[in-house]
Design a protein around this ligand. Sequence first.
Ligand code: ADP
Length: 624
Amino acid sequence: MSQKKFKTEVADLLKLIIHSLYSNKEIFLRELISNSSDAIDKLKYLSLTDGSLKGYSFDPRIQLSFDEGKKTLTISDNGIGMNEDDLNNNLGTIASSGTRKFLESLSEDQKKDSNLIGQFGVGFYSAFMVAEKIEVVTRKAGEEGAYKWTSDGRSGYEIEKAERSEQGSTITLFMNSDSTSFLNRYELERLIKKYSDYVAYPIYLEYDKTNYNYEKKDEKGEPEKTVEHKNEQINSAIALWRKSKSSIKEEEYKDFYKNNWYDSEDPLFYMHSKVEGATEYTTLFYIPQYAPFDMNYADYKPGVKLYVKRVYITDDDKELLPVYLRFVRGIIDSEDLPLNVSREILQENRIMASIRSSSVKKILGEFKKISENNPELYDKFIKEYNRPLKEGLYSDYANRDALLALVRYHSSSEDGYVSLKKYKERMKEGQKSIYYISGGSLDALKSSPLISSYTEKGYEVLIMDDDIDEIVLTSLYEYEGLPFKAINKTGALDEIKDENDDKLKEEKKAVAEKVKKALGDKVKDVVISSRLDSSVSSCILMDENDPSVQMQRLMKQMGNEGIEVKPILEINPKSPVINKIEASEDEEYVKAVSEVLLDQALLQEGVMIKDALAFAKNLTRLLG
Ligand code: ADP
C-alpha cells in the first residue's frame, strides 16, 4: 500500500469547490457520470481504431446503486479504466495546466460565482462535497492488475492492489451526514434525467421496490409487503442532434446545452441542421447568453465537439471553427470522416474543410437573419460578440462581406450601435467617405472637438473605441465602395471644407510658419484649422497614411519600437492664443506657447507627453 499527499493545487481546488458549489452540490453526480461516459468513449474509440485494443468487444454501460444502511452510492462503468500511474496522475493532481491557470486567474469575487466554476467542469473532486470518503476500484482495459484508490479528500490518498474481473471503474462514495438524501431512488432518477439524459450510454439504477398486496393482510391488518429487486435504464441515451428538428422540444435543446457546456443560463439562440448530399453531417450550434469567461484568453477552450457517426472524437480541437467563432458551442457529427482521424489529418482533411466552411456560412447567415428579424436579440448578441466578429474582418477574407454586415459601431448620431449599412443609407448627399474617429475611450472620443466640426455640417462620425478597430481598419479599406477616413487624418479634411477655408489659410499662413519654426523637428507640419470651435486652440492631425498616435502607442506596446511618426499640429485661428502668437515679437514666448499648444493637443488625444517637466515650466512661465 502506498500513501500519498495531494499536490497543493488539489487541496486548493477542493476548498474552492466545496465553498463555491455547496448550494449546488447535486452536480457531483453529473460529473461522475460524465467521467464514466468519457471513459467509455475512450475505450470505444480505441476498439474501433488501430492499436492493441482494436476489436476489443464490450457492452457499454454505466451502473448506479446505493445502500441506505451503509450510506454508500456507487457509480460503475466498463470504460477504459486506470492503472496505478493513471490514478496518480489523474486523481492526485490537476493534470491540465489550463485548469490551474484558470484557477490562479480568478478574483475573490469570481471564486464565489458557482456558475463560473461550474463552467470549466470541476470533475471528480466535486464528489467530496457529498462524501467523507471515496473509493475507486479500477482496472485498465488490456492490462492485468486492478487497483483501489481511497481518500478522505483532505490530506492525501492511498493506492493498493485490488480485484476486478472486467475493465472499468467503480466509484464508491461514503456519503457524509448532510448528503444521505441522495440515497433515494427518486432523487437519483431525477438527477440522472436532469443532467445526464443524453449521455450516449445506458445508465442503469439498481433499487429495491416495495410492493403492497392489499388483498392479503397480515395479523395486524396491514397489506402484505414484498420487496422486488429492480435494475432499470433511466436515461433516454439518444443523441439529441440525431433526432428530427420537429420532434425536439425547445426545453430539450436548452437542457442539452446547459448540461453539456455547464451553463446555468439558457443559450441566446441555437441552430440545428442536417446536411445531406456529397458530404453528410449534422450540426447543432449554440450561442451562449454571455461570452465565455475565457473568450479573450489565448488558451481558450474550444466549444465544439466532433463526432463521427455518433462516436465522440474530440472536444479540444481549435480547428473545427475559425478562432473568431470561439464563443460558439455545439456539435459536428460527420458520416464521412474516418474514425481514426487524427488531429494532423483533421487539419488537412478535405471533408473537414468543407464541413467547416459551410458551418461558418451557416452560422454567419443565422446571425444576419437575427439582425434583420429580431433587433432586440441581436443587440444582446452584439454586446457580447462584436469584438470577435471584428477579428473575423481581418482573419477571414472569404467571409468579409458577411462580417461587414454583422459588425456594429458607436456613432455620433445615436447612443446605441449602428451598422455600416445604416450609416450608408443616411449619408449626406455628396458624401464620399465613411468618417470615423478612433483611439481612446468612448467618452473621450465622443467629446472630441473634431467630431462637432463634422456633425455641425450634417456628417455622421463612427466612433471606433475598440482597440481592435484600428488594427482591423489597416486591412479594411472600404465598405461598398466607400473608403474609411479618420477625421484626425489629413485625408478627411478636403471633403468637408468650404470656400472660406482656403482664404483663411492664406491669411494666416504667417502664424503657421511662425509656430512651425518654433517647434522645429517636433512636428511634420503646422496647418491652420477652419473646423475647430473657439474652445479649443489646437489639435493633432496625422498624415493620411501614417498610423494614428494611439496606433503608434499600441505598436510600441507590442514591442515595435521602430516607428515614430511625427504629428501635424492643427491650430485654431479663432482662438485668442493664436492671435497673441501672431502679435508677438518675443521668440522665447512664441516657442513656449507653441510647445504648450502641441503638448495639450497630445494630451487631448490621451497621449502621455514626453517631457512633462518642460511642459510644466512652459506653463509656469506663461501663467506668470
Ligand atoms: P476531467 O474529467 O475534467 O479531466 P476529473 O477530475 O473529473 O477531470 O477527472 C480527472 C481524470 O481522471 C480524467 O481526465 C480521467 O482521466 C480520470 N477519470 C476520472 N473518472 C474516470 C473513470 N470513471 N474512468 C476512467 N478514468 C477516469
